[in-house]
Every structure is written in structure tokens, then in C-alpha cells.
Design a protein around this ligand. Structure first.
Ligand code: NDP
Length: 485
């Protein structure tokens, strides 16, 4: 029995006005889809219908790409870096002004806890626009020669796990570099992208510089395959990433792909265990585990495994699962019924393969999509739960004896997005970081994000970087008159 009970601390929904239906944002205006097709977006924590959203078909995508091309040719390519920077600063400030509303909207549409949208997603969205606003008039110092050029029209397809943040990761560098954009948000989380369209209007961004076409996978396919697109940026599954890579192969389109992961979070026996346990929790239970760089494979040195597991179970028993709008909530709803089914299936496979399954006692709400935080011990490298991306609050625990063994196990994956190392020994951190095949390596922390720091993967986790100077480079053509280092 707990020593005390929490009183509910619900965030108010009154700060956000959700329209009954939404159109597509093309050439600076909200317009109806040409063939009239629509779908519903629901709140995953209650299954309540939030709004009716337009599904962009071929003619809509074509209109959006044409609007982006025309805005590029007529306005944006002729707008100075300093002016573009002003628009980005304006957008960043509007995001801050509307932060509470955006956090509530994201929580309603995505199911993630308000504590995370309020303290992580939305502040990072503003930070990305501020950071890239600063770059807009300094592109000649990005290491790509004195006069790097934009590509032109960027097609951007994003997933549902960090809807507005993924938009910011894509739109901010594209605009700073002088490209125009057609963005497709995920089918289950279109609302914050549509609120962002409104912010573009408020910021007086020239019509057509940003266009938002909502829809499902087919809309994304139409967009990336459109011949009027110069650059494709995608975040999502490795499966769809492969289709996109195949579709742009042999064309002049540039592409960056940020795909799946199966990160190792490695705990050595000299690590401060309490801190490491916090890092493990943050690594895999943050955002219900819907995180491509989540530390889903916990590698613990054999001599401390019992202590780490005991401490982890104790900590997990204190996590609060439930209403994402409650400020006390740590674990919100799974984003969709489809995703919940995937998590359940793979977890059942884990049990069938012989791993031991454990979850803290917690009551799941009757409506909505929910999955209790889950830990598998006794996991072997060959198990599917140690190899496949589950994209849910599920941790697989493996053990190792030596640093070499830890490294070999950590790198034994088709992915290579991120990794974590927990140890007091600085030289070991450096050695591990040098040898881990992962785009991001966190030392004595996990899941820290910063717009100045490049993020991206190796192997089946995709190619290209987002954030920092490297991320900016993906939206620029180097100046051919100089040798680029
Ligand atoms: P997808 O890769 O299908 O979705 C990502 C985005 O791509 C969405 O906007 C989606 O549209 C769109 N899309 C789907 N098919 C195509 C296509 N053929 N051409 C262009 N765009 C397309 O991921 P899911 O949402 O289906 O999730 C499946 C699995 O992918 C998860 O279980 C997880 O393992 C992984 N995933 C990884 C992410 C990451 O950040 N690395 C993010 C999301 C998922 P729509 O949503 O409308 O279908």
C-alpha cells in the first residue's frame, strides 16, 4: 500500500479550441481536399473523436508541390538570410506564446503525458526554430563554402511519436537554408501540424513557403514520388524508409532517412546504480517507448545485475500510468490500436521464446489504448524482442562480463541509431563511444536532445543527420567553387 495518494491534477482542455473539421494548408490558405475524402483523428487515451481531417489525394499533393515551387521561385529564394531568420524567430516566439495550447493539443491527439509535451516537446520545438533562425544569415559559415544553395522544394514525411517536434526538426532547417516545404504529418497525429499552419499565417510567412497535406501512407507516397520535389526528408519505420529510398533512387532528389533503432543502454559495475536506473527508465519508458532511439536493450554487467533489476523494479512500481492530461502522469496512452497490437504481439513472442516477463501492478483504464511498463529478463541475443523494434514501453535485459563482450553485443543489431554507457571511468566512456556503431552515444545520461547536436543513424537506422551544422547541410547544396572539408 502506498503511503499517500496523489490528488488528480488535470490540465485544462479549455486552452485549446479544436475545430470540427480541418482542410489542407496549401499556398497560405486552408482548403478542402479536391475529392472530398476525410478521416477522423481520435484521442488514444479515450478513443473520443477529436476532429475530421482532410485526406490529400493526387491533385491536392500536386497543388501543394506547385505552391511550394512557386513560393520558392518567386519569393523565398530571393529572400535574404537575414529576412528568413526574422520569420523563423517570429515562429519560435509564437510557439512559445502558444506553448500551453500546443502541449494540450499534442497530448490529446498523441496520448503522451502533458508533463512531457509541456516540458520536453514544445520547448524543444521553439529551441529548434530559435537555433535555425540564427543560422539563416550565416550559411556561408556552415563549412559548405561561402555561398551554399538551397535544394528547392523539400517533401517532408513525419511520424506520430513526436508530431510537432519532428515537424520542427524538418521545417526549421529547411526554411533557414532557403527551401520551401510540403509536410505530411502522420495520420494519427495531424492536429499540431495544422496548428502550426496557423502559426505560419500569424507569422506572415509568405504563402506557399510551408504547406501541410494531411493523409495516410498513400499521401506520403504521392508526395515523395512527386517529380516537382527536390529533396525528401523522412522519419519513420525502416520498412517505409526502404520504399522511399527505392523511389528516389535514379532521380535527382536528395534524401535523408531517420529510421528505426534498437539501442543498447550499457551499465558497468562501477556505475552509480540509482542514476543508471533513472537513465534506464528515461531511456525506455519516456514517451511510452515510442522513441526511435529508446534504450530498449539493457546490457548490465553480470556482477551488478541483481542489484540493478531490483532497483529498477522498485522504481517502476512508482510510475503512474493513466490520464495523460493529469500532471502527475508518467506513462500515457499507446498512440493507436495498431501500435498496441504490435507491442502485444512482440511481447507475447518474448514470453513464448522463454524470456521472463514482469510488469509492476497497475490498473489500465477501461477505454483507450494502454500497455503496462514491461521488463523481460533472461533475454538472449537471438530472441526477437532483442532484435526487433517494439516501439512501446518494453525493456529487454541482457548481461555481459567484459567491455569487449558489451561492445560486441551492443553492435550486434541491424540498427545503429543510439547507445548509452553508464560508468565512472572516463577512458571507458571514450573507448566505448569510439567503437559503438551508433549515431548518438550518451554517457551517464539518456534521451537528451539539443538542436545544436546532430542526430541520425548508421546501417538500417538510415542516413543523414538532423540538428546542428550537419543537419543544416542536408538542406544545402555546397558551393562548388570551393573544396569542402
Ligand atoms: P511508418 O513508417 O509507416 O510512418 C511514418 C510516416 O510515413 C507516416 O507519416 C506515414 O503515414 C508515412 N508513410 C507510410 N507509408 C508511406 C509510404 N509508402 N510513402 C511515404 N510515406 C509513408 O510508421 P508506422 O506509423 O506505421 O509505425 C510502424 C513502426 O515503425 C512502429 O511500430 C515503429 O517500430 C516504427 N516507427 C519508427 C519511428 C521512428 O522515429 N524511427 C517513428 C514511427 C514508427 P501514416 O502515419 O499516415 O500512415
Amino acid at each position: 500500500m502506498s503511503l499517500f495518494e496523489y490528488s488528480p491534477a488535470p490540465e485544462s482542455r479549455a486552452v485549446v479550441g479544436i475545430a470540427e473539421s480541418y482542410g489542407l494548408f496549401i499556398d497560405g490558405r486552408m482548403v478542402d481536399p479536391r475529392d472530398g475524402t476525410r478521416f477522423k483523428t481520435i484521442s488514444p487515451s479515450t478513443e473520443e473523436v477529436l476532429a475530421d481531417v482532410a485526406e490529400a489525394g493526387e491533385r491536392d499533393v500536386d497543388a501543394a508541390v506547385r505552391a511550394a515551387r512557386s513560393a520558392y521561385t518567386r519569393v523565398w529564394s530571393k529572400t535574404s538570410g537575414r529576412e528568413r531568420g526574422k520569420y523563423l524567430f517570429r515562429i519560435a516566439r509564437l510557439v512559445q506564446d502558444r506553448a500551453r495550447e500546443l502541449a494540450v493539443l499534442e497530448t490529446l491527439d498523441n496520448g503522451k503525458p502533458i508533463r512531457e509535451t509541456r516540458d520536453v516537446d514544445i520547448p524543444l520545438v521553439a529551441a529548434h526554430f530559435f537555433y535555425h533562425a540564427g543560422w539563416a544569415d550565416k550559411l556561408g559559415h556552415a563549412g559548405l563554402g561561402p555561398h551554399p544553395r538551397p535544394h528547392g522544394v523539400a517533401a517532408q514525411v513525419i511520424p506520430w511519436n513526436f508530431p510537432l517536434l519532428m515537424l520542427a526538426w524538418k521545417v526549421a532547417p529547411a526554411l533557414a537554408a532557403g527551401n520551401t516545404v510540403v509536410l505530411k504529418p502522420a495520420e494519427t497525429t495531424p492536429l499540431t501540424a495544422l496548428a502550426f499552419a496557423e502559426i505560419c499565417q500569424q507569422a506572415d510567412l509568405p504563402p506557399g513557403v510551408v504547406n501541410v497535406v494531411t493523409g495516410a501512407g498513400q499521401t506520403g507516397r504521392l508526395l515523395v514520388e512527386h517529380p516537382g520535389v527536390d529533396k525528401v526528408a523522412f522519419t519513420g519505420s525502416t520498412e517505409v524508409g526502404r520504399l522511399i529510398a527505392a523511389s528516389v533512387a535514379g532521380t535527382a532528389k536528395k534524401a535523408t532517412l531517420e529510421l528505426g533503432g534498437k539501442a543498447a543502454n550499457i551499465v558497468f559495475d562501477d556505475a552509480p546504480i540509482d542514476q543508471a536506473v533513472e537513465g534506464i527508465v528515461r531511456g525506455v519508458f519516456f514517451n511510452q517507448g515510442h522513441v526511435c532511439c529508446a534504450g530498449t536493450r539493457l546490457l548490465v554487467q553480470e556482477s551488478v545485475v541483481d542489484e540493478v533489476i531490483a532497483s529498477l523494479k522498485h522504481r517502476l512500481a512508482t510510475l503512474r500510468l493513466g490520464d495523460p492530461m493529469d500532471k502527475n502522469t508518467d506513462i500515457g496512452a499507446i498512440n493507436s490500436a495498431v501500435q498496441l497490437r504490435r507491442i502485444r504481439e512482440l511481447s507475447d513472442v518474448g514470453e513464448a521464446e522463454g524470456a521472463t516477463r514482469w510488469s509492476p501492478e497497475c490498473t489500465l483504464p477501461a477505454r483507450g489504448f494502454w500497455f503496462a511498463p514491461t521488463v523481460f529478463t533472461g533475454v538472449a541475443q537471438t530472441h526477437r524482442i532483442a532484435r526487433e523494434e517494439i516501439f512501446g514501453p518494453v525493456l529487454s535485459v541482457l548481461t555481459f562480463r567484459t567491455p569487449d563482450e558489451a561492445l560486441a553485443k551492443a553492435n550486434n543489431t541491424p540498427y545503429g541509431l543510439s547507445a548509452g554507457v553508464w560508468t565512472e571511468k572516463g577512458s571507458r566512456i571514450l573507448w566505448m563511444a569510439q567503437h559503438l556503431r551508433a549515431g548518438v552515444v550518451w554517457a551517464n545520461t539518456f534521451n537528451h536532445f539539443d538542436p545544436t547536436s546532430p542526430f541520425g543513424g548508421y546501417k538500417e537506422s538510415g542516413y543523414g543527420r538532423e540538428g546542428g551544422r550537419h543537419g543544416l547541410a542536408a538542406y544545402l547544396v555546397p558551393d562548388e567553387t570551393v573544396e569542402v572539408s
